[in-house]
Design a protein around this ligand. Structure first.
Ligand SMILES: Cc1cc2nc3c(=O)[nH]c(=O)nc-3n(C[C@H](O)[C@H](O)[C@H](O)COP(=O)(O)OP(=O)(O)OC[C@H]3O[C@@H](n4cnc5c(N)ncnc54)[C@H](O)[C@@H]3O)c2cc1C
Length: 414
């Protein structure tokens, strides 16, 4: 029998997280109220977070690591507590946090493994032993930040069309190319870079792409621009330029010519996190809209009395219930079944990201003009939900995977 009620240990984690947020995050929200309210103070003229904000985000990361939150979903082999907190716990904790705190820049820093590029991301399992020993302390403490450099200007969904190449030179590799849309690259210390190491294998789509850990050295590997999107004047996303970047062969992650093998370690849990954030954000938005509808009057009554508004609430509730149960069932399967439920992981990624957008959009509509202002923060959530439909495999690529699984005989919905 599947039981999705929050187990005691998760309630305890959530209670201590609440205390942590009260003590460490709330004062930052006060200190940076002006920056959080107005992007002109949050970003500098090139679209980077200001130095002060960057320092505050790092400080949160390090305090979160010190309190044990930052590494709690990390694999035990990497020194984390992932044996106690599997996909169901990941889903419940992220959902709960987003439902309560909505779009909170500083809370986002607590569990970076959500992006499968921060903290003790499972991708680090592929590091060679010596490098693992050297790197883990600085990554686990939040001192250093990683990013995941796969996409390129001409290679998004179709990763095989990448152009970045690494050429062997003695016991080093020399990498040239450009990576685009890379989350955290403007602020990262290291990039996981995917590059072609064997053209023939790539041509036959049989491998030939390797993953390298490349330090941002300010010369041969740099973040060359920030990419503002969806109306923002800055972002966490950037472009990486690699110009004869030399890395020792011990910096290869996973097997040579099998870069995707290492990368896939992190992708699935990243999708659970994204789905949980969408399910939590949808509930956060619905709470706001329900409160508003009980106060705002039109035609002599509060708008909660209008049937057209009630119908929108009902649509939101059906969406959230479906998305939440899909998510938890899929997380339960990941935890309890031998084979990864690939069809279901794609279904939750596609469904919850679209669901989150629909729900926040309806809630904005219910709040009328107020819903569009940044005072209610719904528009920030709306932009975030809209963005989730592209990274980590677009909604169309997820449908492609679902259909392929069905056609291969994976027709079970148990
Ligand atoms: C906010 C954000 C964060 C990101 N973070 C990272 C990151 O950290 N690291 C990283 O490496 N990348 C990152 N990306 C890149 C992201 O993975 C790509 O944008 C995504 O894979 C889509 O690639 P594309 O933008 O080149 O679109 P394209 O691949 O050019 O696709 C364009 C359109 O065609 C559709 N399409 C393409 N192929 C098919 C097909 N076979 N069948 C049906 N439809 C298809 C797509 O669904 C899409 O609608 C991020 C992107 C965003 C927006």
């Amino acid at each position: 029998m599947i039981n999705f009620s929050e187990p005691e240990e998760i309630k305890e984690v959530l209670a201590s997280l609440d205390r942590f947020i009260e003590v460490e995050i709330k004062p930052l929200e006060k200190k940076f109220a002006k920056e959080l309210e107005d992007e002109r103070y949050l970003y500098d003229e090139n679209g980077y977070f200001t130095k002060e904000i960057q320092e505050a985000l790092k400080d949160v990361r390090m305090k979160s690591a010190n309190a044990g939150f930052y590494t709690m979903f990390g694999m035990p082999e990497l020194g984390g507590n992932g044996d106690q907190f599997g996909p169901v716990a990941v889903a419940l904790i992220y959902e709960s946090l987003t439902k309560k705190y909505g779009e909170n820049l500083f809370v986002d820093e607590i569990f970076p493994v959500g992006l499968f590029t921060g903290g003790l991301t499972p991708v680090l399992l592929g590091l060679q032993d010596e490098l693992k020993e050297k790197m883990l302390p600085e990554l686990a403490s939040g001192e250093s930040l990683l990013c995941f450099g796969l996409s390129e200007p001409e290679a998004g969904s179709d990763v095989w069309s990448m152009k970045t190449k690494a050429v062997k030179d003695g016991d080093h590799w020399v990498i040239n190319g450009t990576k685009q849309w890379i989350t955290n690259s403007p602020y990262a210390d290291y990039a996981m870079i995917f590059a072609i190491t064997d053209l023939e294998l790539v041509a036959n789509r049989k491998g030939g792409i390797s993953t390298f850990l490349v330090p941002f050295d300010g010369e041969t590997c740099v973040n060359s621009s920030v990419i503002p999107y969806l109306g923002s004047i800055g972002s966490r996303i950037g472009t990486i330029s690699l110009d004869n970047a030399r890395v020792h062969e011990s910096y290869i992650i996973g097997e040579l010519h099998d870069g995707f093998g290492a990368a896939l370690h992190g992708v699935d849990i990243g999708r659970v996190v994204m789905a949980a954030q969408c399910v939590g954000t949808a509930q956060w938005a619905l709470d706001i809209a329900l409160d508003y509808a009980k106060q705002r009057k039109t035609f002599g009554v509060t708008i909660e009395n209008h049937q057209a508004v009630q119908m929108q609430f009902a649509e939101c509730a059906m969406d959230i219930y479906a998305g939440r149960n899909m998510l938890l069932h899929c997380a339960w399967k990941m935890e309890n079944q031998e084979k990864l439920p690939l069809k279901e992981i794609s279904m939750i990624k596609a469904f919850t990201t679209e669901m989150g957008f629909r729900v926040v959009d309806r809630c904005m509509q219910i709040c009328g003009g107020m819903g569009l202002t940044n005072e209610m923060e719904l528009e920030k959530a709306w932009r975030h939900m809209r963005a989730t439909r592209v990274p980590d495999g677009t909604a169309e690529i997820q449908r492609r995977t679902i259909a392929r699984r069905l056609l291969k005989g994976d027709q079970s919905f148990n």
